[in-house]
Design a protein. Structure first.
Length: 489
């Protein structure tokens, strides 16, 4: 999600290169936007949290302006994933925190090396107070929850919203955000700040030049790809080095063809879930792109930035990705590109769900560690970020929606963002939300993505072989007693 460094990139990898650790200077003046008070994985052997931390900050007094009881003199450490969304939106929100708590020092840093930087600190019991746990080095959420290393965010969700004390924070969020933060039971461990539309991204200008509309059936998709090839353009490209981007369009296609219960069975690690006919049919459809030569030559060797650049340069028509791509590729997408996103193409009229079925869900998972010194401060920083002003600031700067249900009034939407909003409106209730990438990070990225789908799309596995291999990976995960397992409720 954009970086000049491609070494640790992947879905949600909205990155600029490098680690920029620093403490923000306190500002005496608020920003103009404040008009209201407002691939490595965490190892399963990580130490458990939940123990008493003698270094925890003493709680502050709860007031109308300080409903979480933040200690106004306690320091706050905030580590952000340095990705395609950049750092500025978070720095702006930190300035608001500093204005509200002028006696507190804030240590803000941004890095692409989330896991390698923070896993040792979790193990030592000295984690930061707030973390944006994203990127190719995202720590495994299932492990963090299973090892009791995260704070329950219910106090934040039940606190008065930043803008309207008559509304709880939870009442200001988009549908599904609270549920996404749960793993088992009612406790909420994660606050997904961005709201991502996943799908197939393309250039309206390029489709118009082919005299075509976005294809709704697979036969139409193949026709469009053949037309593109005759014009010297590949039909598809994708992040070949990180083929777990493929599910951004493939998973909702599976849901469209077979129904959302197929995706639920896959998430639940049910036996033979990957052998469902809808999975087989969709794998065969994607493999057909490879077999017919409709995938940009060399794609398996491209990282996400290289594939996006080739696509933006008109070398390929379609790209599976998330809505961060507009900001991440802003420097290479031509002004007249006509950036748009569509829900995935289906097979035919026998599909269980209508065209328009799309994957949209929370992105950029923020967590407050159980052993944070200043957990109340971490939650208060999130409360600030979930204000209308901070949400508008994020959307204006990074071309993406937030978890706050609104924040677009008065903003001129960019082409990709406008298209994403339109796709959500078209989907209506036909929005799916696969959870593998949250519940089983290593299974999703390294096994299903790289070893399964990546090998199939490179022509080294047939669809039947890929299904068999991926089912074995899922079965292995289901039987591994060292892994905490989750199911749709």
């Amino acid at each position: 999600m954009g970086s000049t460094s491609a070494e640790n990139k992947g879905p949600g990898d909205h990155g600029s290169a490098g680690v920029g650790r620093r403490s923000l200077m306190k500002r005496s003046a608020a920003l103009g936007l404040i008009s209201v008070p407002t691939m490595s994985f965490l190892s399963a052997c990580a130490s458990s949290g939940g123990g008493d931390n003698g270094n925890k900050a003493k709680a502050g007094k709860k007031t109308a302006k300080n409903p979480l009881g933040v200690n106004g003199t306690a320091g706050l450490e905030f580590v952000l994933f340095d990705g395609g969304f950049g750092k500025e939106y978070a720095e702006d929100a930190v300035r608001i925190y500093e204005k509200n708590f002028p006696d507190a020092s804030v240590d803000f840093s941004a890095t692409q090396k989330i896991q390698s930087t923070l896993q040792p600190r979790f193990n030592q019991g000295t984690p930061p107070d707030l973390i944006d746990n994203s990127g190719a080095e995202q720590m495994d959420m299932g492990v963090l929850v299973g090892k009791n290393q995260l704070s329950d965010l219910t106090p934040l969700l039940d606190a008065p919203s930043y803008d309207d004390p008559g509304k709880k924070v939870r009442d200001t969020l988009r549908p599904g955000i609270v549920e996404m933060g749960r793993f088992d039971g009612e406790k909420v461990w994660i606050l997904y700040y961005a709201y991502t539309v996943y799908g197939v991204w393309y250039s309206r200008k390029a489709l118009d030049a082919l005299d075509e509309q976005y294809p709704e059936t697979w036969d139409q998709m193949l026709t469009v790809c053949e037309k593109a090839r005759k014009k010297g353009m590949a039909g598809w490209t994708y992040a070949g080095k990180y083929p777990y981007y493929l599910p951004f369009s493939l998973y909702p296609m599976i849901g469209k063809v077979g129904g959302r219960e197929v995706l639920d069975a896959i998430d639940n690690l049910e036996p033979n879930a990957w052998r469902h006919p809808a999975v087989k049919a969709c794998f065969e459809a994607y493999y057909e792109l490879y077999k017919k030569g409709y995938v940009l030559k060399g794609t398996p060797g491209l990282d996400h930035i290289q594939s996006q650049t080739a696509w933006a340069q008109g070398k390929a028509l379609f790209l599976p990705n998330g809505s961060w791509v507009e900001n991440e590729s802003a420097n290479v997408i031509p002004q007249d590109f006509g950036l748009a996103v569509s829900a995935p193409t289906g097979l035919d009229s026998s599909d269980k769900m209508p065209f328009g079925t799309i994957w949209a869900s929370g992105g950029e998972p923020f967590v407050v560690p159980a052993k944070a010194k200043n957990a109340e401060g971490g939650m208060e920083q999130l409360r600030i970020m979930l204000s209308e002003a901070s949400s508008k600031n994020f959307t204006s700067k990074v071309k993406s929606l937030t978890a706050y249900n609104g924040g677009t009034d008065g903003i001129t939407l960019t082409p990709g963002l406008e298209s994403g909003v339109a796709a959500l409106e078209k989907a209506g209730g036909n929005v799916v939300n696969p959870r593998l990438q949250d519940w089983y990070v290593q299974l999703q990225k390294e096994k299903i993505g790289v070893s399964g789908l990546g090998e199939m799309m490179a022509g080294r596995l047939t669809p039947a072989e890929a299904v068999k291999k991926i089912q074995a990976f899922a079965d292995e995960t289901a039987k591994d007693s060292s892994i905490k397992h989750y199911k749709h409720q």
